[in-house]
Structures are given as structure tokens and as C-alpha cells.
Write a protein that binds this ligand. Structure first.
Ligand code: HEC
Ligand code: HEC
Ligand code: HEC
Ligand code: HEC
Length: 446
């Protein structure tokens, strides 16, 4: 009898472990256990609701580029190769947690108006209780939807629900459960919270919330007085050009103030990350592109492009724009034969790119983070880091004598343009945002 009991207990344990391995929450909570954000918003938390509604957090599932990547690449990849079956639900774990928990994967398309469209809603974040394991990643949060809503303050009263204080909400680990991601190949394809933890802001105690949910005077619930230090649900990032602008400061100077045609000048450009609490770019690093363009204009208005000087580190070729093709792995989900790939960068050849390339199992550059096995050099700009770049310029013989202006411009796109065009992504996803620029002058002697 005892032995039977022991065997049963061991079976139960094995079952529980297996469940954990597969992210045991999948299919464990029906949709109707969660309240709709509109209800939280219109009945009580108007300001917070309007802020959230304008942030990407309310569009994780419905946003067009997410729909394209999920259905045309990820789900299609799983359909073409059973090894990727798991991504159908895994994307939803962070982008449509209600569907993930309901076991509705893939959910209906956004146009069908299902509850997947609620994306990361009030009732998801405010019923999260903690996380499993040591490192927050791959939606390893624990959740208990119901009458109790967790908030940052003691003694908050609500006629609608019970409010409990949770210290977890105020930690970076809370954000990290969705902002750190490991691929099935073991690669950290998103590491925003890990980057923060290794950077200077962790030591200073400046959390994600302080920069993305800044505190200021606002009413947080109907009928309540203004709170001087209300947490704003801004969640502004790559999709707020104002947040991106000025992130990096740019200064450029020459080694000599004058020379003649045929002479050599060396320009040095300093780039200081004054604004981000993690690397720049972070998060969807596989999609983003940040590049430094330097151009000289002579006294007659003729312009000359200055390619960056090579430094000679391993994998540097991925950080200088060039005439090469990439992203061949899209041929599997898209069902293409002999796909040669598409242009890798879509920016002027010779410009420095601040990126970390993602490689598929065959070592080719990819934007499919679930198909990522390894990385090239991490040439992004860390928090409070200054990078320098050099530009050696042989003054052309045809350059006009007089003042020559040399301008360094740091540009940003949320998505590499050739990829955006190829997949028919709305053009605003690959618009150019000028992060910063600076000019210097030199004298060209006759
Ligand atoms: C991505 C997660 C997330 C989502 C989505 C979210 N919140 Fe919050 N909310 C937080 C965090 C985190 C805090 C506390 C910040 C801290 O303590 O650092 C908070 C704080 C609050 C507070 C207390 C504010 C204060 O200053 O006392 C209220 C009320 C609130 N949220 C309501 C809502 C409502 C309503 C929605 C939906 C419209 C919502 N939240 C969506 C994470 C979220
Ligand atoms: C349940 C998962 C989840 C949690 C928890 C979460 N996020 Fe997010 N967050 C997402 C997803 C998914 C997106 C991507 C939206 C999209 O599709 O572009 C996102 C987007 C963002 C963006 C916008 C980026 C942009 O492109 O503009 C910011 C900023 C952000 N989150 C900050 C936070 C902070 C700060 C916290 C913690 C207080 C947090 N998030 C907690 C899932 C989450
Ligand atoms: C010191 C302020 C600061 C802190 C702390 C900070 N961020 Fe940011 N974050 C920024 C700025 C500025 C940007 C805009 C530039 C950019 O896109 O990187 C940004 C961008 C982002 C983006 C969009 C990146 C992209 O390319 O899509 C996400 C997501 C994000 N932050 C999440 C977080 C999370 C999660 C944390 C905590 C682990 C955090 N941030 C901590 C300042 C901060
Ligand atoms: C561990 C959580 C997590 C998982 C799993 C995840 N994502 Fe995301 N995803 C995020 C976060 C957080 C962001 C925002 C990062 C940023 O802004 O830089 C994001 C951003 C994106 C973006 C870029 C959105 C933009 O606006 O530029 C796309 C597209 C996307 N995810 C699709 C997917 C697909 C498809 C899958 C499944 C193969 C997936 N994600 C799996 C958390 C996740």
C-alpha cells in the first residue's frame, strides 16, 4: 500500500515538473476570469486607462507588424517545421497573455475582435504575484486573477475590488518576466532587464518604472484627490520618437583645422548614451537599426560621404553597412524556393551600425528571434557609455577652397527598411528618426 502511494506521489511530482517545463500555465485559466481594461478604465481609472491605451502595451497583439510577424513568420514557421510548434503559444505568453492562459493559440486574427486584442491589460499586470526561478524571462510570472488586485500602495481602498500592496510590482524583475527572452536554442534574444542589472542604473536604484512610468501629479481613480506622485502608465519607448530623440549625444571634431586638397584629415566622433537604462538599442534588437552617417559639404555646396574607419575587431563587418544579402531563413515560413535573401541594412554603405547581429542555426543573419542560435559582436551603446568613431578623409582635389562643414548624424529605424518593405509592413515602422547630430568646420586652403 505504502509503495503504491510512493509511486503515485512520484508520478504526481514528475507530472508537475513536466508541466513546469512546458510552462504549466498554458490553458489553465479561462478568458472570463479576467476583467476587461475598458471596465477598469471607464468606470474608475480614466487617466491611467487613456495612457495605457496610447502605449504599445495595449497593442502587443493588434499592432500590424506584430500581426505580420506572428502569423506570416512564426505560426507559418511552426506549420512548416514541427520543431517550432511551441512558438504559437510562446509569443502569446507575452503579447496576448489572456489567450496563452486560455490555451487559445493561435488566437483569432486581430480583425476578429477576440479577447486576445486586450494584449497586456490592467488585469494581467495587477494580478501577477511573482515569478518562478532565479531569473525573470519567458513569461515566467505567476498569476492569480480574481477580486484581489495588487498595487504599489498600502491602504488603497476600492468599492470594486480588494487592493493589496505588492512589492514585486515595483521591481525590474516584474518587467523582466516579459522583457527578457531566451530562444529554444538557449540564446538571450531579449535582455533589457539583464542589461539594466549589469549597468549603472541598478546600482543607483533607478528602476524601469522611474523612466517608463514616471511619477507626477494626477488622479489615479475617480473621485480621489490628485496624487502628487502617481505612477503614469506611459510605457513609452521605440514608438515614441520623443523618447528616442536625444538618447545619444553626438560631438565631432577634426585633428587639424586646415589643410589643402589632397591632404588628410582625421575626424573623431564621440557618442554618449545619456538617456537609456539599458543598451541602445535594446529589446527587439533583431529589428532595430542605429547608424552614424558623416558627410562633408564644401564652400560650393558639394557633398562628400565619409565612410567610417575600421577598428579591426571580430565580426566588425556586421557593424559597417555593406552590399550584402541576409535573412534567408524567412524562406521556410514564406514557402520560397532558392531565396537569396534581401539587403541586410538599407543604409548608406560605409556607415557605422550600432547593433548586435542575430544568427540562425546556419550562421546567417536573421530577424526571427525564435530561430536565433548565436550572436555576432555586441556593438551597441551601453547606458552612460561613450563610444568613439574615426573618419579619415582625404580632401578631394576638386573640393572648393574655403570653409568645409562636416556633420555627423545618428539615425534610428525601428525596423530594417528592406525587411519592412519585403514583408509589407506599414511604412511608419521604418521611418527614420534622427537621434542627434553635430557639425564641425575645417578650412580648405586654395
Ligand atoms: C505592464 C504592466 C501594467 C499594466 C498593463 C498596467 N499597470 Fe497599473 N501599475 C503597474 C505598475 C508596475 C505599477 C506600480 C509602479 C511602481 O510601484 O513602481 C502600477 C500602478 C497602478 C496604480 C496605482 C497608481 C499609484 O500611483 O498609486 C493603479 C491605480 C493602476 N496601476 C491601475 C492600472 C489600470 C487601470 C490599468 C489598465 C488601464 C493598468 N494599471 C495597467 C503595471 C501595470
Ligand atoms: C506580461 C508581459 C509584460 C510585462 C509584465 C511588461 N511588459 Fe512591457 N511590453 C510587453 C510587450 C509584449 C511589449 C511589446 C509591444 C509591441 O508589440 O511592440 C511591451 C512594450 C513595452 C514598451 C514599449 C516599447 C516601444 O516599442 O515603444 C515599454 C517602454 C515597456 N514595455 C516597458 C515595460 C515596463 C517598464 C514594465 C514593467 C513595469 C513592463 N514593460 C512590463 C510585455 C510586457
Ligand atoms: C534611465 C532611464 C531608463 C531606465 C532606467 C530604463 N529605460 Fe527603457 N528606455 C529609456 C529610453 C530613453 C528609451 C528610448 C531609447 C530606446 O529605444 O532605447 C528606452 C527604451 C526602452 C524600450 C524600447 C526599446 C526598443 O528598441 O524597442 C523598452 C522595451 C524599454 N526601454 C524597457 C525598459 C525596461 C524593461 C527597463 C528596466 C529593466 C528599462 N527600460 C529601464 C530609458 C530608460
Ligand atoms: C518573453 C516575452 C516575449 C516573447 C516570448 C515574445 N515577445 Fe515579442 N516582444 C516582447 C517585448 C517585451 C517586446 C518589446 C521590445 C522592444 O520594444 O524592444 C516585443 C516586441 C516584438 C515585436 C516588435 C514590435 C515593434 O513594435 O517593433 C514583434 C514583431 C514581436 N515582438 C513579435 C513576437 C513574436 C512573433 C513572438 C513569438 C515568436 C514573440 N514576439 C515572442 C516580448 C516577447
Amino acid at each position: 500500500m505504502k509503495r503504491v502511494l510512493l509511486v503515485m506521489m512520484m508520478l504526481a511530482l514528475a507530472w508537475a515538473l513536466l508541466g513546469m517545463e512546458e510552462g504549466g500555465k498554458e490553458g489553465s485559466i479561462p478568458y472570463d476570469k479576467f476583467e476587461k481594461p475598458k471596465r477598469c478604465g471607464t468606470s474608475c481609472h480614466e487617466n491611467i486607462y487613456r495612457q495605457w491605451e496610447q502605449a504599445m502595451m495595449s497593442q502587443c497583439y493588434t499592432h500590424k507588424w506584430d500581426e505580420i510577424e506572428y502569423f506570416d513568420l512564426a505560426v507559418a514557421h511552426a506549420n512548416a517545421d514541427p520543431a517550432f510548434e511551441g512558438v504559437k503559444a510562446a509569443c502569446d505568453g507575452c503579447h496576448a497573455p489572456l489567450s496563452y492562459l486560455a490555451g487559445d493559440n493561435p488566437p483569432p486574427r486581430p480583425s476578429e475582435g477576440s479577447r486576445a486584442n486586450e494584449s497586456v491589460s490592467c488585469d494581467v499586470c495587477h494580478t501577477i504575484t511573482g515569478f518562478e526561478g532565479d531569473t525573470p524571462f519567458n513569461f515566467n510570472w505567476t498569476i492569480e486573477p480574481g477580486r484581489v488586485k495588487y498595487g504599489p500602495r498600502e491602504g488603497a481602498e476600492s468599492p470594486h475590488h480588494t487592493t493589496k500592496k505588492s512589492d514585486f510590482l515595483s521591481t525590474t524583475e516584474f518587467c523582466g518576466t516579459c522583457h527578457n527572452e531566451k530562444s529554444d536554442f538557449g540564446a538571450w534574444v531579449k535582455a533589457t532587464q539583464i542589461e539594466w542589472k549589469e549597468g549603472p542604473y541598478a546600482e543607483e536604484g533607478v528602476h524601469c518604472q522611474e523612466c517608463h512610468m514616471t511619477q507626477g501629479p494626477m488622479t489615479t481613480a475617480k473621485g480621489e484627490p490628485v496624487r502628487e506622485d502617481a505612477w503614469m502608465h506611459l510605457f513609452h519607448g521605440a514608438h515614441d520618437p520623443g523618447k528616442v530623440r536625444g538618447t545619444i549625444e553626438v560631438r565631432i571634431h577634426p585633428d587639424l583645422r586646415m589643410t589643402e586638397p589632397g591632404g588628410l584629415l582625421k575626424f573623431t566622433c564621440a557618442l554618449f548614451n545619456q538617456k537609456t537604462g539599458h543598451k541602445f538599442p535594446t529589446g527587439s534588437v533583431e529589428d532595430r537599426i542605429v547608424w552614424l552617417h558623416v558627410e562633408a559639404t564644401d564652400a560650393d555646396g558639394n557633398s562628400y560621404h565619409l565612410p567610417v574607419d575600421k577598428k579591426g575587431f571580430d565580426g566588425e563587418e556586421y557593424t559597417i553597412a555593406a552590399d550584402v544579402l541576409a535573412y534567408q531563413d524567412m524562406e521556410v515560413p514564406l514557402g520560397l524556393d532558392d531565396f537569396e535573401g534581401i539587403q541586410r541594412d538599407g543604409v548608406p554603405y560605409g556607415d557605422r551600425i550600432f547593433r548586435m547581429p542575430y544568427f540562425d542555426p546556419q550562421g546567417r543573419m536573421t530577424i526571427m528571434q525564435w530561430n536565433t542560435k548565436s550572436f555576432g559582436p555586441d556593438y551597441r551603446i551601453g547606458p552612460k557609455e561613450t563610444k568613439t568613431e574615426h573618419f579619415t578623409f582625404e580632401i578631394p582635389f576638386e573640393a572648393a577652397p574655403g570653409e568645409m562643414t562636416v556633420t555627423a548624424t545618428l539615425n534610428y529605424k525601428k525596423l530594417v527598411e528592406p525587411v519592412g518593405k519585403f514583408l509589407d509592413v506599414p511604412a511608419e515602422e521604418y521611418e527614420t528618426i534622427v537621434v542627434n547630430s553635430h557639425s564641425t568646420t575645417v578650412e580648405i586652403l586654395p
